[in-house]
Design a protein around this ligand. Structure first.
Ligand code: BTN
Length: 332
């Protein structure tokens, strides 16, 4: 249940119904638990119905939540969250330029660790290396989380991108998509990109002020929603498994996994992250071509080192690539 001192009654009624799952909950139980009159409970149920919630009234026994609208608002998300920090403060927007830009502003204004910015539509979504990130309104999940790592030197901040890639990969697998990670942090399904991650930070040489991890997942994107030039390279949960996924549920599961991997990293360092990343990698053992600032590197991706760099065996020897993009993976 969300914190009752921070939450409106309507949201609490919804949380109560959501927690009961398929069970019928009596109006009396809701009013006792939440300290509301039966008339107030009925009013809140009606208001939720107006917003697209399907709540069945079961004769003399009470209410049952049957369907939740596919929206990413605090109302839908909060009852589903089982995190201690991530998403406990939610900033939900119908439209934004970029969730990363808004999260950076909030971080500069003093936002806390774990605050999350979500948008149903981004008009200026950004990708890595100056690219744009486009996603169809209300079909994707686009969010950014503000992190304030306590004892992470700035040089190790890129590890958090790999942490995020793990969580995204796991959330997709839970949703029935056989996803894998392409170095450093593209998440692919069937060889096509299903999610991307953009990490930005503000730091002094020895201290991180904040890190913003932005994640875009093509959840219910149809083929025709992708620009024609991306149709051969991009995919979505819908396209992979043939049916849409409830986005609020997907985002809540993703935030929970992200927090768990973040905690693991904070407690045990990069070691377990590296192992888990390698287990989900679609890059290692393959012939790759990597675009780096110093030019293209072609060879066999052998390993991920202790700093998250990709080790590529080339005719010149073993090359260590700290930053770049795998632009080509030779089919197995
Ligand atoms: C990439 O693969 O190049 C990274 C894409 C990251 C996109 C997400 S969507 C949410 C967040 N806001 C942004 O503007 N970008 C990230």
């Amino acid at each position: 249940m969300p914190d009752p001192t921070q939450t409106g009654s309507e949201e609490l009624v919804l949380a109560f119904l959501a927690e009961a799952g398929d069970e019928v909950v009596s109006g009396e139980a809701i009013s006792d638990k939440l300290g509301l009159t039966r008339a107030a409970v009925w009013k809140h149920v009606e208001a939720l119905r107006q917003q697209g919630y399907r709540i069945d009234a079961v004769a003399t026994r009470g209410y049952r939540l049957v369907e939740v609208p596919d929206r990413l608002r605090a109302l839908e998300l909060r009852p589903l969250l089982n995190t201690h920090d991530f998403g406990q403060v939610l900033h939900c927007y119908e439209e934004l330029g970029s969730t990363n830009d808004r999260a950076k502003e909030l971080a500069e204004e003093g936002a806390e660790h774990g605050e999350v910015v979500v948008a149903e539509r981004q008009t200026g979504g950004r990708g890595r290396r100056g690219r744009e990130w486009r996603s169809a309104p209300r079909r994707a999940v686009a969010f950014s989380v503000i992190l304030r790592p306590e004892a992470l030197p700035p040089v190790r901040a890129p590890e958090l991108t790999l942490v995020a890639a793990l969580a995204v990969c796991d959330a997709l697998r839970q949703a029935g998509v056989s996803a894998g990670i392409k170095w450093p942090n593209d998440v692919l399904a069937g060889g096509r990109k299903v999610a991307g991650i953009l990490t930005e930070l503000a730091a002094e040489p020895d201290r991180v002020h904040w890190v913003v991890v932005g994640v875009g997942v093509n959840v219910n994107t149809r083929l025709e929603d992708f620009p024609p030039e991306l149709r051969g390279e991009a995919t979505s949960v819908l396209l992979e498994r043939g049916q849409p996924a409830p986005r609020a549920l997907f985002l809540a599961a993703l935030l929970s996994g992200l927090e768990a991997w973040y905690d693991q990293h904070a407690e045990h360092g990069f070691g377990p992250i590296r192992e888990a990343w390698k287990a989900r990698s679609v890059t290692l053992g393959r012939e790759v071509s990597v675009a780096t600032d110093a030019g293209e590197v072609v060879g066999v991706a052998e390993d991920l080192d202790e700093q998250g760099a990709l080790l590529v065996r080339t005719p010149r020897g073993l090359e260590r690539i700290y930053s770049g993009d795998v632009v080509h993976l030779r089919p197995r």
